[in-house]
Design a protein around this ligand. Structure first.
Ligand code: GLV
Length: 317
């Protein structure tokens, strides 16, 4: 049986399956292993099942034992792994696309609604029980019939578009390449950020974190958005320059922001916490039982294929 280091706790259903197929070194206590611990614990392993919290940068990858041939990441994003260094060492890296599309798109919509309808202030007022209904109590922005800009029109971006159409929103998007019309469903393509942002009364960030997308929302680009825009980020914290965003939220340029992901999470720029026009979640994009089981299954499928000498379906390097 091939030996696999599992760097975080898996749901019971996935645990059962991995134990049938592999000699799995589980992390039942769900400890956050340091890179040194990952290196030591994978010493005699054939593969690693890693999670978004496991940072496998160049230095760590270079110190992994020669026995490690595959890293199956339990996430669609793989910014936690230096895939080029892995490739250089002949280590295959896989991710878990598709299975988390719906749950993550749901969270994008939740962020847009939570931010635009002032859910944070609403919750606080309801808890304090000192509010009085009035015609102007916590007035928000309505999504119906507004323009939604989607930054990153991959599977998740397209699932956000599908949901937003239910609100009567008109979809605009920017992506590395224009989609075919059967995938666009009438969405309007913008070849550059400036032109997308100019239309984005609401903006949903659904692109991966890459060197090209780091700080894509910055002092200059935020200015392109219409005054009073609502922004939601369910992708990666790196896409937003937090200082520029905080400034724009204070000035009213940005009406409200919804965040599920953070630069250096679980840390958050302290200045955000002074703002009321912010709706926050702790990286819950894929956090439903059915999705998490799907992600575990997909990672295990990738390990299984690899050790059967087949190219894993989700190989990314
Ligand atoms: C979650 O953030 C993922 O990339 O799957």
């Amino acid at each position: 049986m091939k030996k696999i280091l599992v760097t975080r706790n898996l749901l019971e259903e996935n645990e059962k399956r991995i134990l049938q197929l592999f000699d799995a070194n589980l992390n039942k206590e769900d400890k956050l292993y340091s890179p040194e611990e990952v290196i030591a614990l994978s010493e005699n392993c054939d593969g690693i099942l890693s999670f978004t919290t496991s940072v496998l940068n160049r230095e760590t990858i270079n110190k992994l034992s020669d026995s490690v041939k595959i890293i199956a990441n339990y996430a669609v994003g793989f910014g936690n792994i230096d895939i080029a260094s892995a490739k250089k060492r002949g280590i295959v890296v896989t991710n878990t696309p598709e299975v988390l599309t719906d749950s993550t798109a749901d969270i994008s919509i939740l962020l847009l609604l939570g931010a635009s309808r002032r859910a944070y202030e609403g919750r606080k007022a309801a808890e304090l029980q000192n509010w009085v209904w009035s015609s102007n109590l916590l007035l928000g922005k309505q999504m119906s019939n507004q323009k939604l800009g989607i930054l990153g029109m991959g599977r998740i971006g397209r699932a956000v578009a599908q949901r937003a159409r239910g609100f009567g929103m008109k979809i605009h998007y920017h992506n590395r390449s224009k989609l075919t019309s059967d995938l666009e469903h009438g969405a309007i393509y913008h070849p550059d950020i400036k032109s997308l942002f100019r239309q984005s009364e609401f903006l949903s960030i659904n692109c991966p974190a890459t060197p090209d997308t780091i700080n894509l929302l910055n002092e200059e680009t935020i200015k392109y958005l219409p005054d009073g825009a609502v922004v939601a980020n369910a992708a990666r914290g790196d896409v937003i320059d937090d200082n520029a965003m905080i400034k724009a939220m204070k000035s009213g340029k940005i009406f409200a922001l919804g965040l599920d992901v953070y630069n250096g999470e679980p840390k958050i720029n302290e200045e955000y916490l002074k703002l009321n026009n912010l709706f926050l979640l702790p990286h819950l994009g894929s956090a439903t039982k059915v999705t998490r089981i799907g992600m575990g299954d997909r990672a295990i499928d990738n390990l299984q294929d690899f050790f059967l000498n087949k190219r894993p379906k989700d190989q990314v390097n």
